[in-house]
Design a protein around this ligand. Structure first.
Ligand code: UT7
Length: 326
């Protein structure tokens, strides 16, 4: 039976750092509040002309190099993002052009912070079906461009970056064991970016009302995330007959350290098994898991035969998980 395997990873974050101390000068906040409530210390900010596809391109080049494949070998490109370069064409098509991956079909996925794991689920299905054999999956965001820098309840949270993986078919047992995707559209108002679509097309009024900035009911989202992730991670392990003690690493979406700790507690995992980098990047939405995965691979935290659990929660609402035998 064909299964999907991640054969290479790559990530990229813009050079510019914005620290909590920088934010203290911009809005009524403090390093202490941000650190205690979120765990974030600094985040990266894209340059004025730097787009989501630019970040995706840098991360993809690294993953391709590691894989030993050429761009022309890739037959599908999926980009998970809510901050694409333009509403149309897809950021995946722009990336295909930059990479000169001429053979590849390309499309975007919008599942907010769960986007990378939704993409992993789609990529896994395409590989299992045998229709595509070498897939480039990228999570990339420039949330800084959709952030209201006067709104302290959101602007301290988000950052920019991209992470990429290359997937290939395998018949071996080192592969993606399962993926799980879920949504609850009734809670869409908890986290949204209301402007720029057919509901609120861009007008002077929509700009004045701040509709092109991300909105979040933080505390309600927090509670929904903790509740949902607890059952998601236990169900994912159960579906594979794996005990938490067999896990080598948990790679969570990097939204809030307290959410991450609650999920680890539920599994009885000590925090040294949990990959955390939100102190350095903030919440990079769809990019957060592939950046953390890439760092874990490169620093040797993940080794062959390790069981790794990935989980995410975000706007939609959406939530998703994957269990991998590395
Ligand atoms: O990635 C997708 C999913 N996203 C998430 O999962 C994020 C989920 N939410 C969170 O991470 C947290 O809810 C936040 C970090 C956003 C907020 O933490 P909280 O513990 O839920 O705080 P809160 O929203 O209940 O606000 C507590 C207080 C409020 O003041 P009052 O009303 O108690 O006087 C806020 O106005 O903190 C105030 N506050 C701030 N104070 C200083 C809100 N933002 C700030 C700030 N600096 N940046």
């Amino acid at each position: 039976m064909l299964r999907a395997k991640i054969i290479a990873t790559g990530s990229y974050a813009p050079a510019k750092k914005l620290t909590n101390l920088d934010l203290e000068k911009m809005v009524d906040t403090s390093d202490e509040w941000i650190t205690e409530r979120t765990g974030i210390k600094e985040r990266r900010i894209a340059g004025e002309k730097q787009t989501t596809s630019d970040l995706a391109y840098e991360a993809s080049k690294i993953a391709l190099k590691q894989s030993g494949l050429k761009a022309k070998d890739i037959d599908l490109i999926i980009v998970a993002t809510v901050t694409g370069d333009m509403p149309m064409p897809s950021t995946a098509c722009l990336l295909q052009n930059r990479l000169e991956a001429k053979k590849a079909a390309a499309f975007d996925i919008n599942a907010a912070c769960s986007g990378f794991l939704y993409g992993l689920s789609v990529a896994e299905s395409f590989i299992k079906a045998g229709t595509h054999k070498k897939i480039l999956l990228v999570g990339a965001e420039t949330l800084s461009k959709f952030t209201d820098w006067k709104d302290r309840t959101t602007c301290v949270l988000f950052g920019d970056g991209a992470g990429a993986v290359i997937l290939e078919a395998t018949e071996g047992e080192n592969c993606i064991l399962s993926t799980h995707i879920h949504s609850d559209g009734s809670l869409w108002e908890l986290l949204n970016l209301p402007g720029g679509g057919s509901k609120n097309p861009p007008t002077k009024e929509s700009i004045n009302k701040g509709l092109h900035f991300l909105k979040m009911k933080g505390n309600e989202t927090f509670k929904a995330a903790v509740r949902t992730l607890e059952s998601l991670v236990t169900d994912t392990l159960k579906a594979n007959n794996i005990k938490p003690s067999q896990l080598s690493a948990l790679i969570p979406h990097q939204a809030n350290l307290r959410i991450i700790q609650a999920t680890a507690n539920r599994l009885g995992l000590s925090m040294d098994k949990v990959v955390v980098n939100l102190d350095r990047y903030g919440n990079t939405s769809a990019a957060s898991i592939p950046i953390a995965l890439d760092e874990a691979v490169r620093t040797g935290r993940i080794r062959k035969d390790d069981y790794i659990l990935l989980e995410a929660f975000g706007g939609g609402l959406t939530w998703a998980s994957a269990l991998i035998k590395w």
